[in-house]
Design a protein around this ligand. Structure first.
Ligand SMILES: [Zn+2]
Length: 375
């Protein structure tokens, strides 16, 4: 197949692709908790629920948690507020965002559970985090998508759905939410970010086990882009290898590296997505001079099994999946603020299960071959 044809097909496929929702070609139904084709979102949190819970947490925290909106920067396409909860008194600023994709609802529950822990626990490790860092939770980045149970937000002027995780580009922001959150990010200048997602069903390479949790870097390690950005190629791998080691002690989890998997060929593609929010953070996006010193920082993402679109997620496993996300998040924040992540060998990343690398799945040039440069 000629490269141009290949590229065209790749772009077409990419348009349908749910990154960062893992896209499994010809997905089989791996083991693990069954979804039985049933999706029950009645038990998941609505926008109003989230606002109420944030208020309750703030109230019961006796001043430890501060909840506010980003209304001074704007609102969502449909006019909803984007909420932030802040906790901690330390100099390191940690950014935690959930549900940029509106059909990835358990991420919001995990973020709120963790916020509750920081609001109320006297545990020594929790206190250490709150002394060393200030945490900024955005539990529902995409409130419109959350209400519609759709991946994207709906652009009011066109009625089209937009993936907010492709929208942090120099060309500008197509969705109102993007500019709101970008302006806040540029003002705040965090030191580190974690982005929470769900993926579809996937299998750990070489096993019959369904992946319960994937660890991801949105600019592929050792790929075409990341190695030229500070030490992020090392520190992001250290962070995720640290989480991997910590999660091993928690029992029934099947963790692997995030990839787009071709299950027929048993190969995987690492993603290299420049318009993704956490990618743009690492690249120091300076849109219209709003980030004049090109502030940037490392960022990683987590993918929890399933999503809340019809047929993908079973109610039975929700508690376990949320718990897993909560524990990984808590572990990474602790490892980051204590500096323990720096004790990990970056190459330990290679010990996390992954499919043989077939190329880089990009949002700027289709599939880029391994070893290619000049992108
Ligand atoms: Zn997602």
């Amino acid at each position: 197949m000629s490269l141009s044809v290949f590229k065209k097909i790749s772009l077409l496929t990419a348009m349908m692709l749910l990154v960062f929702s893992s896209f499994a070609f010809a997905a089989t139904n791996p083991g693990g908790p069954s979804t039985n084709g049933q999706t029950n979102i009645s038990s998941t949190l609505s926008f109003a629920d989230v606002v109420k819970i944030l208020g309750d947490i703030e109230h019961s925290s006796k001043g430890k948690v501060e909840v506010f909106t980003l209304d001074k920067y704007g609102k969502s396409e449909a006019g909803r507020s984007i909420y932030v909860a802040k906790v901690g008194n330390g100099p390191e600023k940690v950014w935690i965002q959930a549900q940029i994709h509106g059909n990835e609802k358990l991420t919001t529950e995990a973020a709120l559970e963790l916020l509750k822990t920081y609001a109320s626990s006297n545990n020594k490790e929790v206190q250490k985090v709150l002394t060393e860092a200030t945490l900024y939770f955005i539990p529902m980045y995409n409130p419109d998508g959350a209400e519609m149970n759709t991946r994207g937000t709906k652009i009011m002027s066109t009625g089209k759905l937009l993936d907010l995780n492709r929208d942090w580009t120099l060309d500008g922001f197509a969705g109102k939410e993007s500019l709101v959150v970008y302006k806040y990010w540029a003002d705040l200048k965090p030191d580190f970010a974690i982005d929470l997602h769900h993926q579809g069903l996937k299998q750990v390479y070489g096993t019959n086990e369904a992946t319960s949790f994937s660890l991801g870097i949105s600019l592929a390690p050792d790929g075409p882009t990341l190695p030229s950005y500070k030490n992020y190629n090392d520190v992001t791998r250290q962070m995720l290898a640290y989480v991997y080691d910590n999660m091993k002690g928690y029992g029934y989890t099947h963790i692997d590296r995030y990839q787009i998997v071709d299950s027929a060929k048993q190969v995987g593609y690492d993603i290299d997505i420049k318009g993704g929010v956490v990618s743009a953070m690492m690249m120091g996006l300076n849109y219209k001079g709003l980030n004049p010193d090109n502030h940037s920082h490392p960022a990683v993402f987590f993918e929890t099994k399933g999503n809340t679109s019809e047929g993908s997620l079973g109610q039975k496993s929700n508690g376990y999946l949320t718990k897993q996300n909560y524990l990984a998040l808590k572990s990474l924040i602790y490892g980051y603020v204590t500096g323990e992540i720096h004790e990990v060998d970056p190459d330990h990343w290679n010990d996390i299960p992954a499919y043989p690398l077939a190329g880089y799945w990009t949002d700027y040039n289709g599939i880029v071959p391994v070893g290619a440069s000049g992108y």
